[in-house]
Write a protein that binds this ligand. Structure first.
Ligand code: C2E
Ligand code: MG
Ligand code: MG
Ligand code: MG
Length: 282
């Protein structure tokens, strides 16, 4: 290439930039066809009661097995789907699929669905949720929408209004990855989230006796208690992390220790078991 352009001056970085843009273009092309080609699936990760270890809910996590690219991580394609607004139809599919699946579970088990800012700011978002609930017959009380702090940065008022509409019909709203974003306590004063999800980085830090992480988790739990919100500790992987998080008083636990994201069959099979400990013990 350098020769074609008559000089090698840019060749140390330009080809890699070009390759990056080209890769992204290809990924975007594939993403545009992924829904019609049925390339998405959902995995379900259990969230358990910190005290009783009963399954309270599952979080739906999207997976993309692309014809051209194989499995692509959500960390890679969700931002692309957001930039191109493809997240709106994809998110619609996630909602309908997740709500339909939750109908197969015991009545007390909820489904949590991640929602991006682009979806929330779409004028039809509330209708999409209501449509997914109506067509599957799932009670709104069994659906929890997960949003991150970033949604309050762009158009906080619209986001808040939409979420309040959904809470008005009985849906829960969880604040995901708490502590990693643009943490501002302003919106905690205005909105009653059902759950604050404490990011995995704090869980790991606390279990390693990092004083800052310990203080932050303790403070978030105390604040959530006072505001009558529940708390979920994300990314609990080890017994040590579990014990630490229990002592700090988080109400719910999610993480590899209790279960990795699993397919619908494995999720359903968990209801044969009453407690996870028995399962872990074999
Ligand atoms: P998230 O909502 O914070 O989901 C939790 C992520 O942590 C998931 O990654 C899950 O597999 C992973 N995880 C759970 N427990 C553990 C653990 O013990 N250790 C470790 N190391 N990781 C754990 P995943 O499935 O790759 O999803 C990444 C992110 O992609 C999600 O983060 C969420 O922000 C986004 N995402 C996933 N599905 C959807 C979707 O349907 N719609 C939208 N808008 N975003 C989604
Ligand atoms: Mg989430
Ligand atoms: Mg999270
Ligand atoms: Mg996270």
């Amino acid at each position: 290439r350098a020769k074609d352009e008559g000089g090698g001056r840019h060749c140390t970085y330009e080809p890699s930039l070009h390759a990056h843009a080209e890769e992204r273009r290809k990924l975007e092309f594939s993403l545009r066809h992924a829904l019609e080609r049925n390339e998405f699936s959902l995995m379900y990760q259990p969230v358990v009661d910190a005290t009783t270890e009963q399954v309270l809910s599952f979080e739906a996590l999207i997976r993309w097995n692309s014809t051209e690219h194989g499995f692509v991580s959500p960390a890679k394609f969700i931002p692309l789907a957001e930039d191109t607004r493809l997240i709106v139809p994809i998110g619609d599919w996630v909602l309908r699929t997740a709500c339909a699946e939750a109908r197969n579970w015991p009545e007390h088990v909820k489904i949590a669905v991640n929602v991006s800012g682009e979806q929330l700011l779409d004028p039809y978002f509330a209708e999409t949720v209501v449509g997914a609930l109506a067509s599957t017959g799932l009670s709104p009380h069994r659906l929890e929408i997960e949003v991150t702090e970033s949604i309050f940065v762009r158009d906080g008022t619209t986001a808040q209004m939409t979420l309040e509409n959904l809470m008005g019909i009985g849906c829960g709203v969880a604040l995901d990855d708490f502590g990693t974003g643009y943490s501002s306590l302003g919106y905690l004063r205005k909105m009653r989230f059902s759950t604050i999800k404490v990011d995995r980085s704090f869980v790991q830090g606390a279990a390693k006796d990092n004083p800052e992480s310990l203080a932050i988790v303790r403070a978030v739990v105390a604040m959530a208690d006072a505001l009558e919100m529940s708390t979920t500790a994300e990314g609990v992987e080890t017994e040590a992390e579990l014990e630490c998080i229990r002592r700090l008083g988080a109400k719910k636990i999610q993480g590899y220790y209790f279960g990795r994201p699993m397919n619908r069959t494995d999720a359903l099979a968990l209801f044969g078991q009453t407690r996870f400990k028995e399962r872990a013990a074999g």
